[in-house]
Design a protein around this ligand. Sequence first.
Ligand code: FUB
Length: 510
Amino acid sequence: MKKLQLAFVLLLLSGNGWAQNPIVSHCYTADPAPMACTANDSLYVYCDEDMNVPGVNDFYYMERWRVYSTIDMVNWTDHGEAMPRTAFSWGREGTCWASQCVEKNGTYYWYICLSKPNDWRHYIGVAKSDKPSGPFKDALKQPLVNTGEGGDIDPTVFIDDDGKAYLYWGNNKLRYAKLRSNMLMLDKSSGKNGIVEVPLTAEAFGGVKVDDKVTGKDCYEEGPWLDKRGDNYYLMYAAGGVPEHISYSMSKSPEGPWEYKGQVMTQQNTGSFTNHSGMVHYKGKDYFFYHTGWAPGGGGFNRSMAVEEMHFNEDGTIRPITSTHQGVKALCTMNPYEQQQAETLNAAYGIHVVGNEKTGVYVTDIHAGDSMRVANIDFGTKGAQSITLRIAAASNAGTLVIRQDHARGKALGRFRIESTGGLDVWEERTFDLTNIPTGTHSLHFSFAGSSTETLFNWDWWRFNTSTTHIDETLVQTDEEASVFYTLQGTPVTTPTKGIYLRKGKTVIIH
Ligand code: FUB
């Protein structure tokens, strides 16, 4: 198993341009819900995090929801542990299941589902924030939806062109409600207390399921996604029992009646027996999100999000989509001369992304053997001469190796990361590159070190078109002048003439 995982990691990080899926590989992410954010022209994906806690039953055990965003579709910024279960005082441990976030008038409403202590049922709640990545606060301090019957999972919310909002949800049963204009209350004017049960007929969903037996071609299971293109409304859903596939129905109204149209994504061999979809229009393209078991060590309870481009036929029907490791193409290149967050990643292995109010979000748990990849970086024709990192290190044990394109590509530099005084003591350090990258490349960051402890924490990086400041006086005045390293990282106690590294700066001894 370990060998298989390692082989997969090498493939994932080898950088031949094929492995964009899964879109996050350093933690397990399920039930993707995309949202195009007009405020900053970014695409956000909201999800829950599959977790393995020793001694805890791994039946969709999830303690938090996470948020990722992108501007290029191949590098995803991890916004950390965006919303913990404890944001909801009424929530039961380990039950943070599928969700969706929508924006209305500059406020972001994140609809989630969660159980209560000593209660097997899920309920739908809602948190809100004035930023797409939070912090989010429970808006009601109690569930928004509580049918009392169970199955109140997988909320999807759609705001129509006329401003009216619709909430669909449900496992085995499909229900919907209209939301009042504050997005926090059900409009009680229709259904039973505002809740309408959608008849799961063969015309609407392809078939019916009774006592786990499906009669007909298909059936609704869970994970609805409500959306609209032109004057067609779409309801996509996980279908067919387990293992699931994704099917869809169409209507001319957000309230139905629905007409079954077929499977969007047939059962795939991705190692996950559930699937859960969402669609989004972003920068002129339509994207289909789903989940797989493709991250290293992945499976049915360790899922990971993936994305494919989606296309519609002239009559509005959806062309069938197949899961691929290639995923989607980059929409633009990354500018290395602007500050880039270390947690903006194409792939990564071993690290974690966390955050706090003081530092914001950063990469932590960097150990010897871990690696990270960032894709599609345009260094231009002149190229980069040095890199500045904002890091915090408790020891002198770590080395960062930067390679071009893939794990065995040309080394751009090998930099010793000396202690900054602690894992929460942040400093900017600049290192000269030993090879100058030009043109467009991926970067492969790998970590080496003599310690099994966290080598350092990493906040951001930026390449520079000039070398570091050369500080000759430092050599003569500083008591610690004897701590030098060669550009390859070998310590030198009595340096002779030449170029050395000292505390992350280049020093020339004449
Ligand atoms: O992630 C937990 C549950 O698995 C979701 O709520 C369902 O849609 C299925 O994906």
